[in-house]
Design a protein around this ligand. Structure first.
Ligand code: ZN
Length: 228
C-alpha cells in the first residue's frame, strides 16, 4: 500500500519527519532553507536573462527602437546623446520654415541658399504650397549620429550611406543643403527650384536640395544616391 505521507506535499512530510531525525534536525532545517531560497534566486536570475534576451530580439527584429533601444542602452550602459537645436536638430512635426531663423539649423545655413529657399517659399505660398524645412545645417556630431542610426536601422554601412552622408561629405554640415517637406512642397521645388538655383541632387531623395545652378539656369543630372 502506498505511503500516504510520501504522496502528500513536501512541507507536510518535512514537518512530520523532522522531529524524528533527532541530531540531524539542524541539517534538515538548512536543507529545507536551501530548497526554499535557492530556487527563488535562480528564478529571478532566469527571469532577468529572459527579459534581456526578449528585449534584444525584439529591438533587433522590429522597429520599436525608440523605447526599447533606449531601455537597452541603459541596460548595456551605452550613452544616448540627446541632440538639441544647437546641433541643428529640428522638430519633426513640419512646423519649421526658412523664416524660423531662431533655429540654428536655419540660421547657420549658407546665406545664399537660405535666401533662395526663402524666396521660393514666398512664391510657393502664393500657389498655396507651404515649404517646410525638415533639415538645414547640422553639426558634425549630429550628422555622425544620423549616420550611426541609419547603419543600425539598415544593417550595413553601404546601405546607410545611400541615404546619409558622412560628416566629412555632408553638405548639411557646411550649411549648403536643405531638406524640404512635405511631399507636395518637395515636388514644387523639384519642378520650380531651378528658377532660384535650387536643384534636387539625388534621385532617391526628393527632399534634398542644393544650389547647383544660377537662378533661372539648368540643374545638372541627378546622382542615383548619396553614396555616389
Ligand atoms: Zn538632405
Amino acid at each position: 500500500m502506498p505511503d500516504r505521507r510520501r504522496m502528500s506535499g513536501v512541507t507536510e512530510r518535512e514537518t512530520l519527519e523532522c522531529p524524528s531525525t533527532g541530531g540531524k534536525a539542524d541539517e534538515r532545517v538548512g536543507g529545507l532553507a536551501g530548497r526554499r531560497w535557492w530556487p527563488w534566486y535562480w528564478l529571478v536570475a532566469a527571469l532577468c536573462v529572459t527579459v534581456v534576451i526578449v528585449l534584444m530580439a525584439w529591438s533587433m527584429t522590429t522597429s520599436v527602437s525608440g523605447t526599447v533601444s533606449s531601455a537597452l542602452d541603459e541596460l548595456t550602459g551605452r550613452e544616448e546623446t540627446a541632440f538639441t537645436a544647437e546641433d541643428g536638430a529640428l522638430p519633426d512635426d513640419l512646423s519649421v520654415t526658412a523664416f524660423d531663423t531662431h533655429y540654428p539649423s536655419i540660421a547657420r545655413m549658407d546665406e545664399e541658399l537660405l535666401e533662395a529657399v526663402q524666396e521660393a517659399s514666398r512664391d510657393a505660398l502664393e500657389e498655396g504650397i507651404v515649404l517646410h524645412v525638415t533639415s538645414g545645417w547640422r553639426s558634425e556630431a549630429y550628422q555622425q549620429h544620423l549616420l550611426d542610426e541609419a547603419i543600425r536601422e539598415h544593417g550595413s554601412r553601404e546601405e546607410a550611406r545611400e541615404l546619409v552622408s558622412t560628416p566629412e561629405e555632408s553638405m548639411h554640415v557646411t550649411g549648403e543643403a536643405v531638406d524640404i517637406g512635405p511631399t507636395d512642397a518637395a515636388d514644387w521645388v523639384i519642378r520650380r527650384g531651378a528658377a532660384y538655383g535650387l536643384c534636387q541632387v539625388y534621385a532617391n531623395e526628393m527632399w534634398h536640395f542644393e544650389l547647383l545652378t544660377e537662378p533661372g539656369g539648368e540643374c545638372p543630372a541627378r546622382l542615383p544616391d548619396a553614396a555616389d
